[in-house]
Design a binder for this molecule. Structure first.
Ligand code: ADP
Ligand code: MG
Length: 670
């Protein structure tokens, strides 16, 4: 009955257009809020800030000239007296206004002012007599103009507006003095004052973040109530293992270990994220937890995103567990049929086995035997479904995700709101800080000298070339060029190269040679980012470092300084680059969390979104960075409602729970 065609003015053609914009009935029209508002508020020169959009009035002081720059692109320019100053106004693609603008006409322009050059770049231009202070909703609906859409909104509101109910509980609306949904609908499509805009924003932001938290906290509570199998582990064996380590655990490592083991012991499923900088000692912590589960008679699967990393974990754990009888199996897509068959046999028949590998771990033919614990390393590289598949190979196994990307707390609680988090901040004490220095790209000669110096001491060097996202071919040719240059310059040494186009076999071969110091300089794109551990490498040169995020550079830098030999990281940036200030932070600190906070401040949360491959963090008004305080109160509010049994029968929350059911069904999570 709320069919689009029930509205006067919507015919089949408009209906199709609306459908293409995900609008299927009149409620969709009503609930499609403006993506932003254009505010035209007349101001004076004195109050007009430079560098942001302003609206000013003035008198046209010259006839207009049009320059046709290229096809479909022209510039109209004329003199405008604003108060007592003359400005050169330019506006693009308005050649048709030429004849309207007669000298002496009073007009209103909106755009950017430059007082030094006495110019004004306008985006909107109106005759004074047609102008009123106004707030114009901008909808960005493909194929439907804002004015037309607004008409549809008004018609739909009149017809169906009264049927819309508020999903936010009234107690929360009162608590934060928000406007109700019907009040919101009254003003969101046609606000008249900046007060309205504030009311709209507060309501929408809170609602978005609160609903998001309802979902996350619901999932978290649900996970926590899921039973896992009881794991009776051998505490003495675990203690002995910790004692046998060649070092003492840091207090953060101890804390994380305790948190994980407590989860393993509990009759409920673990769903935990272990966060810590490269080299902070996560792997050891995971080793302790693996041993705990093995000793309880269960299998453990550990999944890594690349073969190099999986292989390295395999070697590491073989070494850690060399004094134990537990089987350790490596599984990847690259095995021969016979190898694969043999290993699958072992997995199927031995409950106390550690299986390490790539996503081959969740292939259909892998049959686990009592899989009790699943660890995913650098989990953001796997899709949600991949992780889920592995989890489903066991009966409610405990799950640990590990990541070396230090995620700022504010982001972590939103990205991973449905998980518990253990953080290792403190590093082992014996580490020597990597010296980081900035160099201009014109200073390459100096860099060659520094490379030479390291090579003469029989140390090894990484040279990292940026990943050129726009083009894989460019990426490759870039690496190849650097490779040729270095091979020329250092003809007495062996130079190797790694990039994303090299086959896995060749990659491993190159890595192997580098590990054995048979390659002295390794030119590489960011494929070395994770998983390479060569203690003799003491110098890293990052070319075009301004193309990287701080956290990413920090992770790259984690590849060196892995022994007690002093190591250096040289960041080469473009002479003209503005990113110098940003990169300088790396010279000063090696705190990964601090750096990711900086990244977040400078580049916004966009870079972190890849961490969770889903659109669930796309809010229309709220920002998880700027509105972190709302996110936190919304979380508490959601938790309070969800953890009170009576809430589920309380009529006040009925619509809210309906909403929750809907999103869970849609996300296929229930
Ligand atoms: P991550 O997995 O976080 O990168 P690892 O667990 O691989 O870190 O640890 C990096 C290196 O530091 C390893 O060689 C490990 O043996 C060593 N290490 C770990 N914890 C400590 C510690 N508490 N004290 C000294 N060395 C440690
Ligand atoms: Mg458990």
């Amino acid at each position: 009955m709320s069919d689009l065609l029930s509205i006067k003015g919507i015919g089949p053609k408009l209906k199709t257009k609306l459908n293409r914009n995900d609008i299927y009935d009149c409620f969709d029209i009503i609930n499609r809020f403006p993506s932003r508002y254009e505010v035209y508020r007349l101001t004076t020169l004195k109050d007009a800030p430079e560098g942001s959009r302003v609206t000013l009035e003035g008198k046209v002081a010259s006839s207009a000239i049009v320059n046709y720059i290229r096809k479909n692109f022209n510039r109209l320019s004329f003199d405008l007296m604003i108060e007592d100053r003359n400005f050169k106004v330019a506006i693009f693609n308005r050649d048709y206004l030429r004849n309207v603008l007669t000298v002496g006409e009073d007009i209103v322009v909106t755009g950017n002012i430059d007082r030094i050059k006495n110019t004004f770049t306008a985006t909107t231009l109106k005759l004074k007599k047609n102008f009123k202070n106004e707030i114009e909703p901008i909808y960005n609906i493909d194929g439907v103009g804002d004015a037309q859409f607004q008409k549809l909104v008004q018609l739909s509101l009149k017809e169906y507006g009264h049927l819309i109910k508020d999903e936010l509980p009234i107690s929360l609306i009162k608590k934060y003095r928000l406007i109700t949904y019907s009040e919101l609908l009254n003003i969101v499509h046609s606000p008249v004052s900046s007060k309205d805009l504030i009311k709209i924003e507060r309501r929408i932001k809170y609602e978005e973040l609160f609903k998001f938290q309802m979902k996350m906290q619901y999932l978290k509570l649900k996970n926590k109530s899921k039973k896992s199998l009881i794991k009776k582990y051998d505490i003495n064996l675990v203690k002995e293992f910790i004692k046998s380590l060649p070092f003492v655990l840091t207090s953060d490592q101890k804390k994380a270990t305790n948190e994980i083991i407590k989860d393993i012991k509990s009759p409920y499923v673990m769903n935990r994220l272990l966060e810590g900088d490269t080299g902070s000692g996560k792997t050891v912590v995971s080793a302790i937890s693996i041993l705990t589960v093995l000793s309880a008679g269960f299998q453990v699967a550990m999944m890594a995103p690349t073969e190099i990393l999986a292989k390295q974990h395999y070697e590491t754990f073989k070494e850690y567990f060399k004094n134990y009888d537990y089987k350790i199996v490596y599984l990847s897509g690259k095995l021969t049929n016979k190898e694969r068959f043999d290993r699958l046999e072992i997995i199927a028949n031995n409950p106390q086995t550690l299986i390490i590998g790539t996503h081959a771990l969740f292939s259909n033919d892998v049959r686990y035997n009592n899989l009790g614990y699943v660890i995913t390393d650098e989990q953001h590289r796997f899709g949600v479904n991949q992780r889920k598949k592995l989890k489903e190979k066991g009966f409610n196994p405990d799950v640990l995700y590990m990541t070396a990307t230090p995620i700022p707390r504010t982001l972590a609680i939103s990205l991973f709101g449905d998980m518990d988090i253990s953080i290792i901040k403190e590093r082992p004490k014996n580490r020597i800080k990597v010296d980081t220095k900035l160099f201009k790209s014109s200073e390459m000669d100096l860099i060659y000298l520094l490379i030479d110096e390291q090579l003469k001491n029989n140390h090894q060097v990484y040279v990292v070339t940026p990943l050129i996202l726009e083009s894989e071919t460019l990426d490759l040719s870039n690496a190849q060029k650097v490779y040729r240059e270095l091979s020329d310059k250092f003809s007495d040494y062996y130079v190797g190269m790694l990039h994303s186009k090299i086959s896995q076999e060749d990659k491993e071969h190159v890595m192997d040679l580098f590990k054995k110091n048979e390659i002295n300089i390794l030119v590489s794109t960011t494929v070395i980012e994770v998983g390479v551990d060569v203690a003799n490498a003491t110098l890293m040169v990052v070319l075009n470092s301004d193309r990287f995020g701080l956290s990413q550079l920090h992770q790259l830098r984690g590849r060196i300084g892995r022994s007690n030999i002093k190591s250096y990281c040289l960041l080469v940036y473009n002479d003209s680059s503005e990113s110098k200030g940003r990169l300088e932070i790396l010279e000063k600190t090696d705190d990964g969390f601090k750096l990711s906070e900086e990244d977040l401040k400078i580049r916004g949360p966009g870079d972190f979104f890849g961490l969770r491959q889903s659109g669930e963090l796309r809010f229309s008004k709220a920002s998880i960075v700027e509105d972190a305080h709302i996110l936190e109160i919304a979380r508490d509010d959601a938790l309070e409602i969800l953890s009170n049994k009576d809430s589920y029968r309380n009529n006040e929350y009925r619509l809210l729970f309906n909403y929750l059911k809907g999103v869970l069904r849609k996300a296929n999570l229930d």
